[in-house]
Design a binder for this molecule. Sequence first.
Ligand SMILES: [Zn+2]
Length: 130
Amino acid sequence: MVANRRRDTEPELAIRRRVHAAGLRYRVDAKPLPELNRRADLVFRPARIAVLIHGCFWHGCPVHYVEPRANRVFWSAKIERTRIRDLETSDRLIREGWEVVTIWEHEDPDLRAQHVIDRVRLRLRTVPRH
Ligand SMILES: [Zn+2]
């Protein structure tokens, strides 16, 4: 539990492989909005979809998060800050006309990748270009 922000975790790769195989292209670990200092794991700019892939521990999964025994106060504060930050990021993007897809590490990558593919294809047809 050292590096919080890591790229290329197994859940990220599992989603990326599937979405890429469907022919969709995206930016990895990129800022959806230039003026907002937040990154998303996958950014589909023309469709305006940001995908956030959350590790169950780091992002405080409602199903799987278990407080570590040591440094309880430290961890609960840290995870709570991450949760709040995740919510703020989603709110801000949604207000700017983006769609946010949150994927938890424990979810089925086939199902979640298919959801992303469907949403990107739909929004490419329906979101006005600018
Ligand atoms: Zn979980």
